[in-house]
Ligand binder design. Structure first.
Ligand code: URA
Length: 183
């Protein structure tokens, strides 16, 4: 069965939930229902709130470039979302209750798409989806298997914009990610 209509219906359900709960602009996620790789960020920022699309600001441009140049894929072929499906006030870190409210939706997106790899971008994604105590600096660039899913933590692209060493680490991780996706 074609999963794309189911995914669009789930995105609509997420958007309706966000509007009901926050009266804010929803950013449910976008991409292919048959994506081999699924990217999870932290929360929407100003550009995402304005457009309703994930990762369309400066960090998004870096991520899109990595997808195109290192994975040789187009954005439409992957799936991109964040843990929190709206923009927290003043771009603060998401609160525990915001993360908890959104996690069931992330799990349903993952269950539907069943990607080969789930890329956790930064500590918020890593700590929300996997272990609270893990640090990106310690676990990035390698596969973590848990409950039948395969995760690949790496730096958040916004960190890559802040420091060259994190950008380099991101680029190196994406080389590894491309190899894993070819397996
Ligand atoms: N940062 C995120 O974590 N997600 C977005 O969609 C944009 C920026």
């Amino acid at each position: 069965m074609d999963k794309q209509p189911q995914l669009r219906a789930l995105e609509k359900e997420i958007s309706d939930f966000v509007v009901r709960r926050t009266s804010k602009a929803p950013v449910p996620g976008e991409g292919s229902a048959s994506a081999p790789v699924f990217f999870v960020g932290e929360a929407a920022g100003a550009n995402e709130e304005r457009t309703g699309r994930p990762f369309v600001g400066r960090a998004g441009k870096l991520l899109t470039g990595l997808i195109e140049n290192q994975l040789h894929m187009r954005r439409e072929q992957v799936y991109i979302t964040s843990v929190v499906k709206w923009r927290p006030p003043d771009n603060r870190k998401p609160l525990k209750d915001e993360i908890e409210a959104c996690m069931p939706f992330l799990n349903r997106q993952l269950d539907l798409i069943q990607p080969k790899l789930i890329v956790l971008l930064g500590n918020t994604a890593l700590n929300s989806v996997l272990d609270h105590d893990m640090k990106i600096g310690a676990v990035h660039g390698r596969i973590i298997e848990k409950e039948g899913r395969r995760y690949f933590p790496t730096y958040h692209p916004a960190a890559g914009l802040r420091a060259t060493r994190w950008k380099k680490a991101l680029e190196q991780d994406f080389v590894q990610l491309a190899l894993e996706l070819e397996k």
